[in-house]
Structures are given as structure tokens and as C-alpha cells.
Design a protein around this ligand. Structure first.
Ligand code: NAP
Length: 511
């Protein structure tokens, strides 16, 4: 590596789990000139912003860590938000990330200048020039506010779970919760005993597997602390189990899947009232939506003061929610557990690539990327956990780590000065996305449910192959898929436009 290029400036956007993974890996490789832009005033991303009652990890926490930094601190199999946030802080401090983070700085504009540099600007007015930009913005940061008539007319308090108001007093109140995803399933048991009445408005029922959560005794934690190799063993053992789960759900084929389905069904049958059980029975196969692991939701909705309404929401009125059957459900507080705009990724950031190409334009019909990380026409810009990365029940931390190993190899020729820029070729991106669309055809995500896995064009926005195939594909970049300099005379706009017209990028198939 030449002395000059070891000074390549690398900007990482986001100090959540994936941005921290990127920074740590770059520092390990001797890249010191890195900066992390973070819109919040702390690390942790979604684990910083989310603080609704009941929030905990719904992935076994032994595997919800960096592979190189397991911890003995988890108080249970699925620890609460504060423990996970503390872990983020601990890692950020241990690996020297804090001084490199520009807190309270939200990148709002990123423009490629055509010669291997990105001009960056934050909403707060900071400017920077970077050789490489890594977008580590995650998918759980734009709360989704449903477009329901009369939303603004509600006379009580309205709160989205992603923007929880710590001062909100629910004691004795008539509380409505819209949504029954992973968030609502954690929230409802946490508040049901505090509120006066709790009405859950459910559009679709969810499959919920028992989680088997239990506390980890202090003696066990002390023992693990004394034997770090056991923590690593546990990490790998739990990751293997998660991979079996993800694979079982994806293919719906083996005995594992049948057993899981039986476990979800048996769990559902713990609802004693047949009418409530009927309401809570999904009309699709487990795994079509992200499978939820939770023990306390079914007991909570069977409490005296709880009710589940499945009539469609017609409108919101000052006094509450009116459903399609004409009933008015009077409420003091309305909680939106309606999830996120997952497919926005780093937007609304204004991103302009080569020759003035706007990312908004390229993604008009849906976000796509080459191998989840790069978009033709946007040299030296990479995403972690971007479109079609493995999401489902596989920990995003592992995804980011695996992608980072690949990325390090991809950008090395740029970092050591042999090339000004690297970008996926349109042809490789087209082939990858075409194969992807074909591979999603017979997977669990297309078996008859609507979920956030499905993008605007109706195509599952997930990794459709096995996790083993994901890891294999991330072993080393196939260099023929990348352009280490822009082809002379052919603008990125023309290239992408051509693909849009011929329908050969996967964009047409998506749109
Ligand atoms: P979600 O899974 O997208 O669920 C949103 C819920 O809101 C769904 O039940 C949806 O109904 C409902 N909804 C949306 N718009 C509606 C409308 N107009 N009328 C009625 N209902 C409406 O969101 P989430 O529960 O926040 O979970 C999102 C993801 O966050 C999870 O899948 C998971 O990846 C992550 N998460 C992780 C943890 C963790 O511990 N690690 C915890 C919580 C969340 P439909 O099902 O009919 O669309």
C-alpha cells in the first residue's frame, strides 16, 4: 500500500450495528482516515431510537453480537433493549469508534464528482469529501405512518413505537394498538396490565413460535466470563441453529419446518376462546412474513381488559377508531406499531452518481443493487444490508460482517491507489437481479401473504438462496462483475436507461 493512498478517506453513514462493523474492519486493516456520520446523539441505530415498553431482542442474543466480540453479559436468551444498547456502546468504546463519529450529523446530500470522490453534506451544514462511502443506514429507521383517513383528527395522544414518548402515561387509559408485527407482540404484554383497556387492531394474523425465553443465572454468566472460548462456541452453535431455521423457513421442505409449524400451531391453540383463536389464525404459511418468537402475546390478548379487532379500520375520528362494521372504538391513546418504510434504505438522502445520475431515478421502480451492495453508476458507494441482503430471521450483524469482508477485497485496489473507483457493471447487476427474481419464484415469501419482504413491484426483496450460498458468494469478488474505471464515452445514465428500456436489469421484472 502506498503512503499516499493509505490516507483514502472513507465515510460511513450510520453508527448502528452495520456501520460499526464497517469501521472496526477498516481500522483493523489499517485504514485510519475514516469518519462515521450519525444523525443521532449516540451509537446503536435502531436500538438507540427504539425504546417502547417490552422492547427486547427477538433473535437469540448469543448470536446477536459481533462474531469477534461475544459477551457474557446477557441476562436472558432474549435480553431487553438497554442491554443491547449497552453492548453497542461497549463495542464502540472498546474499538475506538467514538472519537471518529460525528454525532448529530445527518448526511442529506452525496454527490459523485466524476473523479473518484464523493462530496458529502449534512443537514446541519457540515461538508466533507470522501473517496469511498459506505451506507450503513439499515432498514429500521423510517417509521411507517399508515395513510388512514382522519389520522390527524384524533383527540388523544398518538405515538409511533419507533418514536416512543417516555412521558406518555398509559395508566388506566383506553389504549388502541394498530399492528400485530414483532413490535406489537412485544409491546402488548408489557402494557396490558397498566392500561385500562387495550384494543389491538389486527389486519393480518401472525405466526408466533414460542421463544422459550429464560434468564441466564449470574453463575453461568460469571463462568462464561472466565471462559471466553465457551462464548465463541456458543456463538457458533446458536448461529448454526439460526441458519437451520432460516433454511427451513425458506424451503419449507424438511422435518424441521414441519416441526416448527406444529410448534406454532400448538402455541396458537393455547388461546382457549375458539373465536379469538380463529381471529389469530394466519391464512398463510409460517415464514411468509418474518416469523415471530414470543411467549407472552397470546396470554396478554386473553386478559379481561384486552380485545382484538379484525374488522378493517375505516377511519380515525376524534374519539377513536371507526371500523368497517360501523363500530366506534373509543380511545385515549393510539399506538402505531405499524413498522418501517423498509425499502427506502438511505433515502431521502439526495444521492447523485456519475454524470448527474440520481439514485431516486434509478430506484424509481424499486431499490436494487448488485449483490446487495453496489449500484451501477454510483462508483465507490456501497451499502451494507442493502436490497436483497439476507434479512428474514438471520442477524443483520452477521450479514454486515460477511459483506464487509467482501467489500474490503473489492475496494482494496482503490484504497491502495491502483484505481480511482470501482462499481458493479450494468451487465453483472442485470444478471444478478434476473437470477434473483427467478429464484424468489418458489419460496415461502410468495406463498400468499403481504409483507415488508415484498417490494413495491411485488418481488421479495430478500436473499432467495441459502445462507451457505450467501457466504460462498461473499468469499471473494468476481472481478469481471466490476468496473475499476468508468468506461469512456458511455455515461452511466445511458447505460441504466438502456437497461430500463430493454427490460433486462431486473428493474423491468420488478416494475
Ligand atoms: P411490521 O412487521 O412491518 O408490522 C407492522 C404491523 O402493522 C403489521 O401487523 C401490519 O399489518 C400493520 N399495519 C400496517 N399498516 C396498517 C394499516 N394501515 N392498518 C392496519 N394495520 C396496519 O413492523 P414491526 O412489528 O415494527 O416489525 C418490523 C421489524 O422490526 C421486524 O420484523 C423485525 O425485523 C424488527 N424488530 C426486531 C425486534 C427485535 O427484537 N430484534 C423487535 C421488533 C421489531 P399487515 O401484517 O397486515 O401488513
Amino acid at each position: 500500500m502506498t503512503a499516499a493512498k493509505s490516507q483514502s478517506r472513507i465515510a460511513i453513514v450510520g453508527a448502528g450495528f452495520s456501520g460499526m462493523a464497517a469501521a472496526i474492519r477498516l481500522l483493523q486493516a489499517g485504514q485510519e482516515n475514516i469518519v462515521i456520520y450519525e444523525k443521532a446523539d449516540d451509537v446503536g441505530g435502531t436500538w438507540h431510537h427504539n425504546r417502547y415498553p417490552g422492547l427486547c431482542c427477538d433473535t437469540p442474543a448469543k448470536a446477536y453480537v459481533y462474531s469477534f466480540e461475544p459477551t457474557a453479559n446477557w441476562s436472558s436468551l432474549y435480553p431487553k433493549r438497554d442491554e443491547i444498547h449497552d453492548y453497542c456502546r461497549f463495542v464502540a468504546e472498546k474499538y475506538g469508534l467514538i472519537p471518529r463519529i460525528r454525532f448529530g450529523q445527518e448526511i442529506c446530500r452525496a454527490e459523485y464528482d466524476g473523479s473518484g470522490h464523493w462530496q458529502l453534506e449534512t443537514r446541519q451544514g457540515l461538508k466533507d469529501t470522501a473517496d469511498v462511502v459506505i451506507m450503513a443506514t439499515g432498514v429500521l429507521h423510517h417509521p411507517y405512518y399508515p395513510d388512514i383517513t382522519g389520522m390527524d383528527t384524533f383527540a388523544g395522544a398518538t405515538v409511533h413505537t419507533a418514536c416512543w414518548d417516555d412521558d406518555l402515561d398509559l395508566s388506566g387509559k383506553r389504549v388502541g394498538v394498530i399492528g400485530t408485527g414483532a413490535t406489537a407482540v412485544q409491546l402488548v404484554p408489557a402494557i396490558v396490565d397498566q392500561v385500562g383497556t387495550l384494543t389491538v387492531f389486527q389486519r393480518s394474523a401472525q405466526w408466533i413460535s414460542p421463544s422459550g425465553n429464560k434468564n441466564t443465572p449470574q453463575e453461568r454468566r460469571d463462568m462464561l466470563r472466565r471462559n471466553p472460548e465457551l462464548m465463541f462456541d456458543e456463538y457458533h452453535r446458536v448461529m448454526e441453529k439460526i441458519e437451520t431455521l432460516v433454511e427451513g423457513l425458506r424451503t419449507m421442505e424438511d422435518q424441521f419446518y414441519r416441526d416448527l409449524r406444529d410448534a406454532c400451531q400448538a402455541h396458537l391453540e393455547t388461546i382457549t376462546d375458539p373465536e379469538l383463536r380463529r381471529k389469530m389464525t394466519p391464512g398463510y404459511d409460517p415464514g411468509c412474513k418474518r416469523l415471530i418468537f414470543a411467549d407472552k402475546f397470546y396470554p396478554a390478548i386473553q386478559k379481561e381488559n384486552a380485545d382484538v379487532v379484525i374488522d378493517a379500520i375505516q377511519q380515525i375520528e376524534p374519539a377513536g377508531i371507526r371500523t368497517a362494521d360501523g363500530a366506534l372504538h373509543e380511545l385515549d391513546v393510539l399506538i402505531l406499531a405499524t413498522g418501517y418504510r423498509m425499502h427506502d434504505y438511505m433515502r431521502p438522502m439526495g444521492i447523485t452518481g456519475a454524470d448527474g445520475l440520481a439514485l431516486d431515478h434509478v430506484w424509481e421502480k424499486g431499490a436494487f443493487a448488485h449483490r446487495g451492495m453496489t449500484v451501477p453508476g454510483f462508483p465507490n458507494m456501497f451499502m451494507l444490508v442493502g436490497p436483497n441482503s439476507p434479512l428474514t430471521n438471520y442477524p443483520v450483524i452477521a450479514v454486515a460482517e460477511i459483506q464487509m469482508e467482501y467489500l474490503m477485497q473489492l475496494i482494496q485496489p482503490v484504497l491502495d491507489g491502483r484505481y480511482a473507483s470501482v462499481c458493479a457493471t450494468p451487465a453483472a447487476t442485470e444478471k444478478f437481479n434476473k437470477d434473483l427474481v427467478e429464484a424468489t419464484a418458489n419460496t415461502v415469501w410468495t406463498t400468499g401473504c403481504d409483507s415488508y419482504y415484498i417490494n413495491d413491484a411485488g418481488i421479495p426483496n430478500v436473499w432467495p438462496w441459502s445462507i451457505d450460498e450467501f457466504k460462498a458468494s461473499m468469499q471473494a469478488p468476481e472481478l469481471s462483475e466490476y468496473l475499476y474505471e468508468r468506461p469512456a464515452g458511455l455515461s452511466a445514465e445511458v447505460t441504466v436507461q438502456k437497461q430500463l428500456q430493454t427490460g433486462t436489469t431486473g428493474l423491468r421484472e420488478r416494475g
